[in-house]
Design a binder for this molecule. Sequence first.
Ligand code: ASP
Length: 420
Amino acid sequence: MTSKIDKHLWVKILFGLVIGIGVGLALSPQAGAVLEPELTETLAAWIELPGLIFLGILKMVVVPLVICSIVVGIADSGALGFVKTIGSRIVVYFIITSSVAILIGMSLTYAIQPGDVISQEFVDQALANQAQEGAPVVLDDLTIPKRIANIIPTNPALAQLEKNMLQIVIISLFIGLALLTLPKASGQPVLSLCQSGQSITMRIIEWAMIIAPYAVFGLMAKAVIDLGFDAVSSVFMYTVTVMAGLAFMIVVYAMIAKWVGGVSIAAFFKGIREAQIIAFSSSSSAATIPVSLKCAQEGLKIPKSVSGFTIPLGATINMDGTALYQAVAAIFLTQVFGVDLSLGEMALLLLTTVGASIGTPGIPGIGIVVLATILAGIGVPAEGIALILGVDRILDMCRTTVNVTGDITASVVMNRFVKT
Ligand code: ASP
């Protein structure tokens, strides 16, 4: 019965995606639509409404869901040894997959050399516009050591108010671990609260999924209306390089799921497709956490003790798609500006990008902001970001899909590891 409903929903979501793209193209001034721009804007805002409501519900439940999932996940595991094993293995796994993603990005960019085919006129124009508009947005305290030092939540209430996912994950880890080490009777009230919180939030997500097809339709139509097609043509080879790298990474995940996790490729994609589409249309891996958890637990049958812990952690500290994109963007800009990287600088780029992906929140468009810090480390002018800003929206959608696929793959792998 359930699978019948899920199958139906999946087709509807895909339908929403395709029709959303079609309507977006029909209304997009850049694609030649004839409506008045003001009218298009008003129409686009209404079309996007179901998407905003859907994302609003996901964001509404994501903080309690993450806290409850991690606490219950750790408590369900039943032993400190289990958490230690999975915790240490997953961090190593994240570092390895991020490094693989970055190396794929770097190799492709050196092979394709997208920076060599860009027109000088476009570069001058983009830099001139940038100079007029002022410096690119950079987060205030973005030095990597500071970001790492800031992860301990000195004010847990503020962390929740600000929806600082990394800090929320850390608080939940502490609570879960403390529960595991306490006598059962002292921890039971909090554990029961979290179990019931998890059931309540998952029920709300089931309701939200009913409007997912309309949400995806609205988000896609709005995204296509806003897309700058001119921008894509100016940096076409760069866009192709990022997309090729991201597609390659998805293949890598499917292989990992098959060979390491023992899940067939067909079952893997079938289990995760809803999360992938929601990630693609929302550009936010944090907002997709509820759907990723649902896919992992129901689609791939990963127990809560594994998925409840690995997915929120992955969505917070593991961003392979973003890391790959940042590596391509950085090397692309070195090619545009004629900066030669030594082997040491390349190693530095790899290290800073892995470090940055730990502290980067899973929200739309943040990857390009963090890129500014990475560029500073290898002597590339941050103004170069102006060249790739126009295509960031579409690349953000693609890299978020990879980020979310990576998180679910991690839970498949961890599930296998803890079984053996
Ligand atoms: N939007 C991405 C995510 O949520 C982060 C990024 O901008 O790369 O995963």
